[in-house]
Every structure is written in C-alpha cells, then in structure tokens.
Design a protein around this ligand. Structure first.
Ligand SMILES: Nc1ncnc2c1ncn2[C@@H]1O[C@H](COP(=O)(O)OP(=O)(O)OC[C@H]2O[C@@H]([n+]3cccc(C(=O)O)c3)[C@H](O)[C@@H]2O)[C@@H](O)[C@H]1O
Ligand SMILES: Nc1ncnc2c1ncn2[C@@H]1O[C@H](COP(=O)(O)OP(=O)(O)OP(=O)(O)O)[C@@H](O)[C@H]1O
Ligand SMILES: NC(=O)CC[C@H](N)C(=O)O
Length: 612
C-alpha cells in the first residue's frame, strides 16, 4: 500500500489580514516539511480568515485573496517547500458577475486549492453553503459543482470543504464513486458545547460513506462572537480515530497513513450525483505523481484526550476573550468588581487570558454596598494579582440626585450608570477595554441597566447561563487546588446569594425566579425554541411561563445593544437567534392556543415552578 505522511495545521488566522495569514500558512508548511510530511492541509478560508461576512462581496478583497493564493506556490517553492503538497482555503471569485445577478462584484466562491511544485495544481469550490444559525454563506458564495481528485504519490486525494460533510450527497458520495483513497476537508467550524462529540460521529459516518480515510482540519481561535476549537481529526473508514489534535490550541497534527493505490483512469467523468444546478457532479482528476513513495517506518500519531465540559467552556471563553482583545489591538481590560460571582468569573477569565498585569478591577461602592461585597472584591484581587482600585460612587450619585430628581428604579439605575460612566472614563483615559459582566440568564430577561452595567466592549459570559457561571467557577477553583495553586475565585462569591445591591437588602429573587428554575425554562424557550403550550406540557407553571416569556420577549431591544461575547451554546443571543425588536407577536397564553393542541402535563402542576 502507498504511504503518505499527512499534516493538518490548525492555525489561528485573523480575518482580513491576508498577508499575515499567508505567513502563517508558510510557517505551517515549514513545520510540516520539518516533520517530514508529504501533504499539508490548512483550514477553510485560511488565507482570509473566517467568517469574512460582507468582505466576500468586495472586489478589492476578492482580488487580494486571489493574488495571495497565486503568490503562495512560488513562495513555498522559494522556501524549499515545493515538494510539499499544500491544500489551503481562500476566497475566489469569477471576474465579473452576470448583470442579472445584481451582485456588486464577481461571483465569490468558498474555495480550496492544492499547491505543488510552484503551481496551483487543482481548485475546488465548496458545494454546500450553510445558511442557518450563525452562517449566511448563501448570501455570499456561489456553490461548486465538481469534485476535485488529485493523484499524489499514487494515492487519489479528494477535497471537500466543511458544510459538504454536514449535508448528505454531493462531494462525500462522489468521493466514493471516484474511488478516492483519502478525503481531506478544510473546516471553520465554531465551538459550541458538546459539538465535538457530534463532529466525531459525523466524521466517522462520512468516512464510512466515502469509503476512505477522512482528514478533518479545523481552524482555531476567536473571531468576534465565534470561537473555533480546532479538534482536528483523522478517522479510518471503519471509524477508528487515527489522530486527534487538542482543542483551543494551535497544533500541527502529523499522521502516517497506509492508503489504497489509485486505480481509476485519470480522466474527468460525470458521477451519478445531482449537483446544485440540477446537472451531474463532475469528477475532475489531476495527476501530480503516480509513483508511490519508497517505503518508510511510520511514526505513532497523537490522539488528544477529551477534557471535562466545564474545562472546555472555560477554555472557549479564555480564547474568545484573549483573541478579541489581541486582534483588536488592546493590551488591557477593566471591569467593575462587585464581590459577586459574575464579575469574579469574568476577572478570573481575563487573568487567564491576558495575565494579571493587564487586568484592572475597580470596586465602585455605593451607599447600599455591603461590607462583604468590598471584602470579596479585595479578596479576588489578592488571589489573582490583578490591579485593584476603589472609586466611591456615593458622592457622584448624591451630586447627580441634587440636580435631577430621580426616585425608585430610576435612582437605582443611576448607580449602575455612574459605575458605567466611570469605567468608560477610565477606558478612555488609559486605553483599557471595558468588560461587561452580564450572563445569559440576565440577558434573557433584561436584568441589567442600559448604559449602566451593560456598558463595555466585550462581554465574556453573555452566552453562559447563571447556573453554568457557578459550575465553571467551581471547576476553575478545584482545578487550581489540584495543581497546588491558589483558587482565583473567593468561595464567598460562589456561595452567597446573588444581589444587585441597588437598594437595601435587594435579592435577585425579588425580581426573578430561582436561577436553576429560570435556566431550565430558558433552555427550553430560548435554546429549544419551545412555545408556551409545550413549556406548560413539560410541567412548568403556566404563570411562570407567561411571566418569563414576557420578560424575554420584551428585552430584545436591550440584547441588541449589548456588547459581543463568545458563543458557547447551540443558540446564542446574536446571529443564532434573530428576532424583530418591534413586534406585536405574543406567544399564546398557555392553554389558549387555538391551532396547537396542548398536550397533557407530563409532571404534576407546580413541580417546575408552581411556587415561584
Ligand atoms: N423597545 C424599546 N426600545 C428601545 N428602548 C427601550 C424600549 N423599551 C424600553 N426602552 C428604554 O429602556 C429603558 C429601560 O431600561 P433600563 O434603563 O436599563 O432599566 P430597566 O430595565 O427598567 O431596569 C433595570 C433592571 O435591571 C436590574 N439590574 C440592574 C443593574 C444590575 C443588575 C444585575 O444584578 O445584574 C440588575 C434592575 O434591578 C432592574 O430590574 C426605558 O426607560 C426606555 O428608555
Ligand atoms: N460595588 C460595585 N463595585 C464595582 N462594580 C460593581 C459594583 N456593583 C456592581 N458592579 C458592576 O456591575 C455588574 C452588575 O452587578 P450586580 O451586582 O448588580 O449584579 P450581578 O449580575 O449579580 O453581578 P455580580 O455577580 O458580579 O455581582 C457587576 O458584575 C460589576 O461589574
Ligand atoms: N464553515 C462551515 O461550513 C461550518 C458549518 C458546519 N455545519 C459547522 O458548524 O461545522
């Protein structure tokens, strides 16, 4: 059987930095060549970064991407890497769009090219364009219709791109018809909880369908609200995992493969599969080298171990925060420390992401701040080593109230707004990025003050439900203890009852149901998109369902103004869940729906919130 040493590079590209990304690709090629690889595969759109959004439609950006791709084979050859075959993702475009398409520029394509010997040897355009959740690829790209197969050292190597694996038919089925010995797939697949398990099963199923080894390489790093976790994989057609890269880190995964020798006639042919335009998927073949390599001793490949869910989420948040700060050219962050769990977790994440020296925590006590809130904030500062200062807001609030008469909620919110103004002032003065500390449960129900605690440039835990904020805090502390380090989060911040401290003896539960119940209901309403009848059928108290749905729906305007933050769930507030702000639609009151029969309760009334 021919042998091939394959390298998969999970690299952290920067959207729009085509020159920097090309340099990353060259460095990966140097490393792969140093490791003795014959074929290197880089992620989807590695030259441009992912996702490029409306940059895909800009003629200047298309031209720059095509130029960088055209220059890369020569750069590889000049660096003595001409013998290494390199598959790299880039933005392509046919020069001009037909006038009837109404598109401003050429027809953009989400493409991958195989480079070898100083030339672009073959090109492939992604067939399946994801257009759900966070993806809008049908807005940007025209789909490809061909399967590209390149004969390399006597092995037929087919190429597909990301979503091509998630949809039935097309390139994977064509790979089997083509009799390819290896399917390589560049990806840009964003992280969400439990997605790694789903991906592994998907890759196993597609390897079986393609009838050959499948090499899946994913990008890594943060881009606005998305975090890419890497987790690149090589799987045999019988489902065996031959190699697996770690999550959330740059990595070069190298694996030696014994692959079937190519036997097909090296000419283009139609497959039996229907392409997006109704025609046949055409199998295009290119011969690079038919001769197998001389036999060599294979090296064992690494299979990274899985980590606990809490660690996975913590790492995603750290990478999302670090890359947002770094890629937007900030060096430091600032946040208000209330002594509560949310600001403590955000501070600990920031210290892990940027180092304590780049994190500034400010205690901003008001007349309602308890002693423990100040002590717990100081304890957090001592445990983590972040910069800590105090600005008393009471005199500013009093001066304001002396000029403008505000009472009740307006007075409560003023305190949050004086804090927000103070943090933004310090940001302007010192160049720190302000971190907003709201969690997903609060965002869901609108439990934050506009231009108050909702100010900021980035919101690290906006997709983390409150119950998970506690879970990751406990995990982070336990992990520190296991490593003989000081746990960063004060146990008191974890254990105390949550309070906004905007009036005497205030508790979150004055306005909200207990968080375990609230998160349970929000998971069903927001993430699973269940209507009120279904929620009641699941056993939630009808009055609670009505109240929570009203709060969630009414807070859409607040969420739209909230800073971006890393997505860790299957449905974040942002691109995954797009609802009108101005809307008269109300979920039918539980039991009142005329077109949806209300199923019988599966648990006694009151079991899920009847007493809340
Ligand atoms: N559809 C719409 N489109 C655009 N703007 C809209 C709007 N509806 C109201 N508004 C505006 O929004 C204002 C109301 O919003 P806002 O001023 O934020 O105030 P609001 O939502 O009324 O009150 C803030 C709530 O958050 C709680 N809170 C505050 C601070 C921290 C925490 C915490 O523990 O984390 C909790 C606080 O206890 C209170 O329940 C209205 O006065 C109006 O100007
Ligand atoms: N006394 C304070 N000093 C500094 N910042 C504060 C103070 N009180 C509130 N904040 C800021 O406002 C955010 C909202 O705080 P609040 O205590 O009202 O609610 P929370 O959502 O329970 O947050 P936390 O768990 O951090 O207390 C805090 O995370 C913090 O960044
Ligand atoms: N870039 C893509 O095509 C990503 C879509 C794919 N379903 C994923 O999340 O992995």
């Amino acid at each position: 059987m021919p042998q091939l040493r394959l390298a998969l590079a999970q690299v952290n590209t920067v959207v729009g930095d085509i020159d920097g990304n090309a340099e990353l690709c060259l460095q990966a090629a140097r490393d792969a060549s140093g490791a003795g690889a014959h074929l290197l595969v880089l992620p989807e759109l590695a030259l441009t970064g992912y996702p490029i959004e409306d940059l895909a439609l800009r003629k200047s950006f298309q031209t720059a991407s095509r130029a960088a791709l055209a220059a890369l084979p020569r750069q590889l050859a000049d660096a003595g890497l001409g013998d290494l075959a390199v598959v790299v993702g880039y933005l392509d475009a046919s020069p001009d769009a037909p006038p009837q398409t109404g598109r401003p520029a050429g027809l953009p394509r989400n493409s991958a090219a195989l480079l070898l010997g100083g030339e672009v040897l073959a090109r492939y355009d992604k067939h399946h364009l994801p257009n759900y959740g966070v993806f809008d690829e049908a807005r940007y790209f025209v789909p490809g219709l061909d399967l590209q197969v390149v004969r390399l050292h006597g092995v037929d190597v087919a190429i597909a791109v990301c979503e091509d694996l998630w949809q039935d038919g097309g390139p994977v089925a064509a790979t089997r018809e083509a009799g390819a010995g290896l399917l390589v797939v560049p990806n840009a697949s964003p992280y969400e909880r439990n997605k790694d398990d789903g991906r592994l099963e998907l890759v196993r199923r597609r390897a079986a369908e393609a009838g050959c080894v499948l090499a899946y390489v994913n990008t890594v790093g943060g881009q606005d609200e998305l975090v890419f976790d890497g987790d690149s994989l090589v799987v045999a057609p019988d489902g065996e995992v031959l190699a697996r890269a770690p999550q959330f880190d740059d990595a070069l995964l190298v694996v030696d493969l014994d692959l079937p020798a190519a036997t097909a006639e090296p000419r283009d042919e139609d497959s039996s599969l229907t392409a997006a335009n109704g025609g046949r998927v055409r199998i295009r073949r290119t011969v690079a080298s038919s001769e197998p390599l001389p036999a060599y001793d294979p090296q064992p490949a690494s299979v990274a171990e899985r980590v606990p869910d809490e660690q996975e989420v913590w790492s995603a948040l750290v990478v999302g925060l670090r890359d947002y700060v770094r890629k937007n050219r900030f060096r430091s962050v600032i946040l208000g420390l209330s002594g509560g769990i949310d600001s403590a977790v955000v501070a600990a994440l920031a210290v892990d992401a940027l180092g304590a020296d780049n994190v500034h925590g400010v205690s901003l006590p008001s007349v309602y701040s308890s002693e423990h809130s100040k002590d717990d904030a100081a304890d957090l500062a001592e445990r983590t080593g972040l910069h800590y200062s105090t600005v008393a807001i009471a005199p500013m609030v009093a001066a304001y109230l002396g000029e403008v008469e505000l009472t009740g909620l307006a007075e409560e919110n003023l305190q949050a707004r004086v804090r927000g103004t103070t943090l933004m002032g310090l940001s302007n003065q010192h160049g720190h990025l302000v971190l907003a500390t709201g969690n997903k449960s609060e965002l869901a129900v609108g439990y934050s003050t506009l231009y108050g605690d909702a100010v900021g440039g980035y919101a690290p835990i906006k997709d983390v439900p409150k119950t998970w904020v506690w879970a990751i805090a406990r995990w982070r502390n336990a992990d520190a203890e296991a490593r003989g380090e000081t746990p960063p989060i004060p146990p008191n911040s974890i254990d105390k009852e949550p309070s906004a401290e905007l009036r005497p003896d205030q508790r979150d539960t004055d306005s909200l149901p207990p968080y375990d119940l609230l998160d349970d209901l929000l998971d069903d309403y927001v993430e699973q998109d269940r209507g009120s009848a279904e929620l009641v059928a699941l056993g939630f108290d009808p009055a609670l369902v009505e109240r929570v749905i009203r709060m969630v729906d009414a807070a859409e305007y607040k969420r739209r103004q909230y800073p971006p933050g890393p997505k860790i769930s299957a449905r974040n507030f942002g691109r995954d869940r797009r609802l009108p702000i101005t809307s008269r639609w109300r979920e039918p009151a539980p039991g009142a729906s005329h077109d949806t029969p209300v199923p019988a309760k599966t648990s006694p009334a009151g079991e899920r919130g009847g007493t809340a």
